[in-house]
Design a protein around this ligand. Structure first.
Ligand SMILES: Nc1ncnc2c1ncn2[C@@H]1O[C@H](COP(=O)(O)OP(=O)(O)OP(=O)(O)O)[C@@H](O)[C@H]1O
Ligand code: SF4
Ligand SMILES: [Mg+2]
Length: 331
């Protein structure tokens, strides 16, 4: 098995909810990420999937060190990344980059693409000395399938898919080892999504990148992911290889998500197992006791309200956080 480049251990991120203006008092905690552990292996894509609000972006922000964790650890190449300072932190900032969902708001409209893609070189001049930057930016434009001649254009002169390519070029500028992709194709048309996904796949091979690839839909990550983790209300509920998750899902929530994936073949539609999730996702301010999924689970029993199910292997050779994990082929 490949070595882990990132080892995340019991990561917690709570946001305090405060009341009052002058005399603030904390009245609760949003448990956005609540004890998440996983490894990211060198060269792999780990898909991270879950409904809106389950903590995916918060996880990304903490891994980018844009938000401090409440507790827990993450080792980057064996070193605790939350303890890094000085040169080690600079190296880390080069090595982990992010691609965001919205290519409209994440690019400064008043900067040329050359300045946008070259901006990381201002902070890390050791990667590209001043005289070589324009050439480096042209190379990056070429690598992501854009015309290097367009280096002086502005973001509004590009289509949505092209803007996402600009975002990818910027993420690549410092030759990182890990890229966290936070819903990079969710804002794009379906036909453009496939092109951007293919580009990400090609770049991964070319540069030996490891990806944490966040999406809210299991169908988006399937093609690119080696492994997939499913999140619900700040916790990981199931993690496994692409085949284990799609062909042998064992957690009721994963099964429900799979059941919601559209089926392209019309002859299959009548025959598939449809699981309809009832109710809304509970608030992360006050998550249900025991198993957080129990308020929407058709299999819930008394133990589900009192005991938190550990994420461990019970059946089907991969971890699942359900007391009653069992295989159920959905698609
Ligand atoms: N800075 C913050 N302060 C307070 N609460 C926050 C903050 N950031 C996120 N949250 C809350 O944390 C929870 C998780 O949010 P997060 O953005 O991580 O979810 P997500 O899975 O990325 O959702 P989406 O699919 O909508 O992007 C939500 O309830 C959100 O309101
Ligand atoms: S532990 Fe209980 S409530 Fe949670 S998913 Fe399993 S059966 Fe459902
Ligand atoms: Mg998000």
């Amino acid at each position: 098995m490949a070595e882990a480049i990132l080892e995340v251990r019991d990561l917690v991120k709570h946001f305090p909810v405060t009341r009052g203006v002058l005399f603030k008092s904390t009245v609760g905690q949003v448990r956005a990420v609540d004890g998440v552990s996983f490894d990211l292996l060198k060269g792999e894509t780990l898909g991270v999937v879950g409904e809106s609000g389950c903590g995916k972006s918060t996880l990304a922000q903490v891994l980018m060190r844009l938000e401090p964790p409440t507790s827990g650890a993450a080792l980057f190449e064996g070193e605790d990344m939350f303890k890094m300072r000085g040169p080690a932190l600079r190296r880390l900032r080069r090595n982990i980059q992010i691609v965001l969902q919205d290519p409209y708001t994440s690019l400064n409209p008043r900067m040329t693409v050359g300045d946008i893609i070259g901006e990381p070189f201002e902070i890390h001049p050791e990667v590209a000395p001043k005289g070589s930057r324009a050439q480096k930016v042209r190379e990056l434009l070429d690598v992501v399938g854009l015309n290097p001649e367009h280096i002086n254009r502005y973001p509004h002169q590009f289509s949505g898919g092209q803007r996402q390519r600009i975002g990818i070029a910027r993420a690549l500028a410092l030759r990182p080892k890990v890229i966290v992709c936070d819903e990079p194709v969710s804002a794009l048309d379906v036909s453009i999504q496939a092109q951007v996904m293919n580009l990400l796949g090609d770049l991964q091979t070319e540069f030996g990148l490891s990806y944490v690839f966040i999406a809210h839909d299991l169908s988006v990550v399937r093609h690119l992911s080696d492994r997939v983790a499913v999140m619900y209300l700040g916790k990981m509920v199931e993690i496994g290889t692409e085949e284990q998750i799609y062909e042998h899902p064992t957690h009721p929530y994963t099964q429900a998500l799979l059941s919601a994936v559209p089926v392209p073949d019309p002859t299959m539609r009548g025959r598939r197992d449809v699981i309809r999730l009832t109710g809304d996702v509970p608030s992360p301010l006050n998550p249900p006791s025991g198993c957080r999924f129990r308020t929407r689970c058709w299999k819930a029993q008394d133990i589900c309200a009192t005991e938190v199910p550990a994420l461990e292997v019970r059946v089907a050779d991969h971890p699942s956080a359900c007391h009653f994990a069992e295989e159920r082929a959905v698609v």
